[in-house]
Design a protein around this ligand. Structure first.
Ligand code: MRU
Length: 345
């Protein structure tokens, strides 16, 4: 029996009501302590939710921006073409590294640029395109799970970083999709979630998501991962991606590169799982991927508590690049790719 995408009850990053054109997101800044849904009704709210990581993860921000644009323009006067294009430009720029965001926005721009329709009809066409982006993302996650489950044997102890689960997508996730699919097929799988400094997407979000689904999860701090590998406590590493260059270099949450180096040293497979919407064949290699630099206070403080002396400088890149030579395979909705990677447009 094929697994239907939600036969495992995963939490959802966002929900869309097509009849009222209402977008709600799960506010991921508040996990795991509070589970709060927030409606995004304006461009400001959508932009802020993406920048502040209330909604996050490469596929989810593309889908949220597309649906959010439609929601923001659906509860007032019919927007002009210029207002729509300005909204698209604004949301495209809300985060720089995940290519899914400009990819989704480019699809909406093509609808606006079509020129042969206007007014309410144009908004209807935009809604239809945003809903296709949502449905495609769900389907791509499902397909990643189907392909990737072959890499997860019975008894596997899987280490992952950040959150590339359901909460980073509109479906069952990317890196966690093979895990859910293997579990649904009856395999015993457990996950080690890297804490993922500085914003703790691993301990706050991945561990919460997995506990909701009943998959056993253990949290480790980022600095423990290599040591766990040496102790033989890890069978494979699987992570998501924010952008994959034409040569297979992978941008993902800061700390991913260290894991790939450690996995290679310990002879462990290092897999990347991502939808084809994350492949940017126009970017030749990782050096050309824009890396988001975030506010130093994310490292300096935790809530009201200061963690770094005032006179110390801090680095806070949100992502790093893992060279394709360290990537054992890339699992996409289209199948499993192995080196040498050559993605073409
Ligand atoms: O800063 P975030 O939380 O948006 O970073 C997310 C990641 O790095 C994920 O691993 C990546 O987007 C893949 S999500 C399927």
């Amino acid at each position: 029996m094929p697994l239907t995408p939600f036969s495992i009850n995963v939490p959802r990053a966002l929900t869309w009501d097509a009849s009222s054109r209402t977008l709600c997101i799960l506010d991921q800044r508040r996990l795991p302590g509070e589970v709060v849904q927030v409606e995004l009704r304006t461009l400001d709210a959508v932009d802020d939710a993406i920048r502040s990581l209330a909604v996050r993860g490469a596929p989810a921000i593309g889908v949220a921006a597309a649906l959010g644009l439609v929601a923001a323009f659906s509860h007032g006067e019919i927007p002009s073409r210029d207002a729509l294009l300005a909204g698209i430009d604004r949301l495209s720029a809300s985060r720089p590294t995940a290519v899914n965001l400009p990819w989704a926005m480019a699809r909406l721009r093509r609808v606006v640029d079509a020129g042969d329709i206007g007014g309410a009809e144009r908004l209807d066409a935009l809604a239809a395109e945003a809903e296709r982006i949502l449905a495609e993302d769900e389907a791509m996650c499902f397909a990643i799970g189907q392909h990737g489950a072959a890499l997860i044997p019975d008894g596997a102890r899987v280490l992952t970083h950040c959150n590339a689960g359901a909460l980073a997508t509109a479906g069952i996730g990317t890196a966690l999709a093979p895990v859910y699919t293997a579990v649904a097929a009856g395999r015993r799988v457990s996950v080690i979630a890297d804490e993922t400094r500085p914003l703790l997407q691993g301990s706050r979000i991945t561990a919460w998501e997995l506990t909701q689904t009943g998959v056993p999860v253990t949290v480790c701090t980022d600095g423990m991962a290599a040591s766990l590998m040496r102790e033989g406590a890890v069978d494979l590493v699987i992570v998501g991606a924010d952008r994959i260059a034409a040569n297979g270099d992978v941008a993902n949450k800061i700390g991913t590169y260290s894991l790939a180096v450690a996995a290679r040293h310990h002879g462990l497979p290092f897999y990347v799982a991502a939808p084809t919407s994350t492949i940017d064949a126009a970017t030749p290699d990782g050096a050309a991927i824009p890396i988001e630099q975030r506010d130093a206070d994310e490292v300096r403080r935790f809530g009201t508590r200061q963690l770094v002396p005032t006179l110390a400088l801090v680095y806070n890149p949100a992502f790093d690049v893992t060279p394709s030579a360290l990537v054992t395979a890339i699992v996409t909705n289209a199948g499993i790719w192995r080196p040498p990677y050559r993605f073409s447009p």
